[in-house]
Design a protein around this ligand. Structure first.
Ligand code: F6R
Length: 244
């Protein structure tokens, strides 16, 4: 594992964007795994700027998003589809057909999940998966559980996550109760992983993920077993690490 503890959110965003830019430059057809949430917003902004300055191109890049709420139409302001287009895809030269996000409105969810995995496989697998982390240690929508989840599947969100995400919906009862997420197996299958976290609220989860026992009760702890993991945290998120 490579651990970078940087000063603040701006440095984190810059370091993460530099890593993505490097991999895109060395392989223009790279397959990226992408998260939504507050954490990657600064990185997306930097990548948009690099693209505008013509330092990097996403023309041949293929992307797979980690997750999507179930039951929210694409155009809903809270769908992850909308998040990705509003905050990233609309501002870069990516080809729409090369972007993949689970379809939260699929009639047959199981079929959608299997098809999503097949698309990842057909693209040759994911080269770099970028992850945020929940306060409870979730990655994607893989919530604390008794077992590590497998491939892309439907999940019931925990109260903790519903509450954390209610800030975007205005009211807690508007937050969808289910989502589609790439599973732990799909994530561990990616050739490299970059985990990002900032702020004090993430310090405990980061400490447990990187230095605690590997347990499905703290899903991100499984990343300790990945052979190519880069972790970028700001000082606050890294404040409880003993190796800091
Ligand atoms: C989002 C996702 C989630 C977030 C996590 C952190 O696609 O998969 O696991 O990465 O909830 O969210 P933020 O960055 O908003 O703190």
């Amino acid at each position: 594992m490579k651990l970078h503890i940087v000063k603040n959110y701006d440095e984190l965003s810059h370091a993460a964007a530099e890593k993505v830019a490097h991999i895109v430059k060395s392989n223009p057809k790279v397959v990226l795994g992408l998260p939504t949430g507050s954490t990657p917003l600064g990185m997306y902004k930097e990548l948009i700027d690099m693209n505008k300055r013509k330092e990097i191109s996403f023309k041949e890049v293929i992307t797979f998003n980690l997750d999507e709420y179930q039951g929210l139409p694409r155009e809903d302001v809270n769908s992850y589809y909308r998040f990705m287009w509003d905050n990233f895809f609309s501002h870069i030269d990516i080809v729409k057909e090369n972007t993949n996000i689970p379809n939260g409105m699929a009639d047959d969810v199981e079929k959608e999940c299997t098809a999503y995995e097949s698309r990842i496989e057909k693209a040759g697998g994911i080269d770099l998966m970028i992850l945020g982390i929940g306060n409870n240690g979730h990655i994607g929508f893989n919530e604390p559980a008794q077992f590590f989840g497998g491939i892309t599947h439907r999940v019931k969100l925990t109260e903790n996550t519903i509450e954390a995400n209610s800030r975007f919906f205005g009211a807690i009862d508007r937050v969808p109760r289910y989502a589609i997420t790439m599973g732990i197996k799909s994530i561990m299958h990616c050739r490299s992983i970059m985990l990002l976290a900032n702020g004090k609220a993430k310090a405990e989860a980061i400490k447990k993920a990187l230095e605690g026992p590997i347990t499905p009760e703290l899903p991100a702890s499984v990343l300790q077993l990945h052979r190519d993991l880069t972790v970028i945290v700001d000082k606050e998120a890294g404040s409880l690490l003993s190796c800091r």
